[in-house]
Design a protein around this ligand. Structure first.
Ligand SMILES: CSCCC(=O)C(=O)COP(=O)(O)O
Ligand SMILES: [Mg+2]
Length: 227
């Protein structure tokens, strides 16, 4: 029996075009100014140090780090340091009303119903936990963060690594067979399945012919009690 649902964001709860056409360009546009003005903030220093560690360049200065971060963005690299900085930059965008966090219309009704059934809800995204809370806190449907019991990002591991799903299961206190992971990316679902989780793949756009996971087109098709 499913007792908790863990959901991905990009391509699952929210349109990939919101992330790639709104969020990522906003971070790119403001990165250099943000780093110049905020580099002394402890959370910014910690993120920059994480980038130095990631590329093994302990002496890298701000100019070098800025170029590295631009190249990470070009590659859509799921760098923990980059993701932390993007989240800090997006905060201004949410607060000044530049955008709200996209939610597919089927998401909030389903999450609300699942919570009412007694299921615990969690988020697992490559975006930082702070960025996840912003997206759901300033969503198209208002602040829906109260629905979630917890948030996970790449600090537990990469989304294609089996170990990340073991770590999340341990933190929820539930056995793998009581956990359901929702994602649009079959390699992420492969890792969750290898950890013993149930999986469902969201097909919000083009079909994924290589997937071995059960597929649904939106959250209204998901019946946790029948899994
Ligand atoms: C928190 S919204 C931004 C998501 C993000 O930065 C990203 O790289 C997409 O990650 P996901 O794991 O949700 O596909
Ligand atoms: Mg996704």
């Amino acid at each position: 029996m499913i007792r908790a649902i863990v959901t991905d964001i990009e391509g699952t709860t929210s349109d990939i075009r919101f992330v790639h056409n709104i969020l990522f360009p906003y971070a790119r546009q403001h990165l250099a100014t943000f780093l110049r003005d905020q580099q002394q903030q402890p959370e910014v220093q910690a993120a920059l140090q994480a980038v130095r560690d990631e590329v093994d360049q302990p002496q890298a200065d701000l100019s070098t780090l800025t170029q590295i971060l631009f190249s990470f963005m070009d590659q859509d690299r799921k760098s923990t340091g980059l993701k932390a900085l993007q989240g800090m930059i997006w905060r201004d965008g949410y607060l000044n009303g530049s955008f709200t966090g996209h939610l597919y219309p089927d998401v909030l009704p389903a999450l609300t119903a699942w919570q009412a059934q007694g299921l615990k809800l969690y988020v697992y995204s490559s975006g930082s936990v702070a960025a996840q809370k912003l997206l759901f806190g300033y969503s198209d449907e208002g602040d829906i963060t109260g629905l979630f019991s917890g948030y996970f990002d790449t600090h537990v591991g990469a989304k294609r690594d089996v170990a990340a799903y073991h770590a999340i299961a341990a933190q929820t206190g539930l056995p793998a067979e009581q956990l359901l992971f929702l994602s649009d990316i079959h390699q992420e679902l492969d890792a969750a399945a290898q950890a013993g989780w149930h999986t469902l793949q969201l097909i919000r756009g083009e079909a994924d012919g290589e997937s071995r996971h059960r597929q649904v087109t939106d959250f209204s098709e998901i019946k946790p009690e029948s899994i």
